[in-house]
Design a protein around this ligand. Structure first.
Ligand code: IMP
Ligand code: MG
Length: 176
């Protein structure tokens, strides 16, 4: 594994995102919705950068299988708080093709949110397939498969306190 972002890099990046978010919302109360499970670490760190009133919820989305194949986007919003009339900030681990975030944004807009913006820890270069641009981005990274700080490969590595790129051999070992 090759470390791309250290714990210290991540801490600074999250603090920078929080400053940008605070400035953009200008003390309006935010409803932050973490897209599970990848955003679990970011969500926990990000919300603790705010001392203003804030609502927090989660929703489940999955579309990603392994490193290359992609399934249909499945949204489970059963545990979502009421978002109608609220300023919603969707929080996700990574903006890859952007399809997940775009699908969820449409879904949450359809529930009557007043506004829906998006914050992602990572954005992969050269992969975008949608017109949606994330409003807040922690770090731009090269097109490599990364794990840690919430991001998984086959449901492992989410607990790493840093972000690392998996070597092709590590991926091959699992898929063979
Ligand atoms: P998108 O819909 O293509 O933007 O994919 C977004 C989802 O795919 C993310 O929420 C992640 O769960 C997953 N994903 C994309 N790239 C990576 C990666 O490099 N490592 C781990 N998960 C990834
Ligand atoms: Mg995810």
């Amino acid at each position: 594994m090759k470390v791309l972002l250290t714990t210290e890099n991540l801490r600074e990046g999250v603090q920078r995102m929080a400053r940008e978010i605070r400035r953009a919302y200008d003390a309006r109360p935010i409803t932050m919705l973490g897209i599970m499970t990848g955003s679990v670490v970011l969500l926990a760190d990000l919300i603790r950068e705010f001392d203003m009133p804030l609502r927090v919820g989660v929703l489940q989305a999955s579309s990603y299988r392994g490193t290359t194949t992609r399934g249909e986007l499945i949204i489970n919003a059963a545990s979502l708080p009421d978002v109608s009339g609220r300023d919603v900030l969707l929080v996700d681990d990574i903006f890859d093709t952007g399809r997940t975030l775009e699908g969820i944004r449409e879904h949450v807009s359809g529930l009557g949110a007043r506004s829906v913006r998006t914050a992602v820890l990572l954005r992969k270069r050269g992969r975008q397939e949608v017109s949606l641009e994330p409003d807040f981005v922690g770090f731009e990274i090269p097109d490599e498969f990364v794990v840690g700080y919430g991001l998984d490969y086959c449901d492992e590595y989410r607990n790493l306190a840093y972000v690392a790129a998996l070597e092709p051999a590590e991926i091959a070992r699992r898929t063979s």
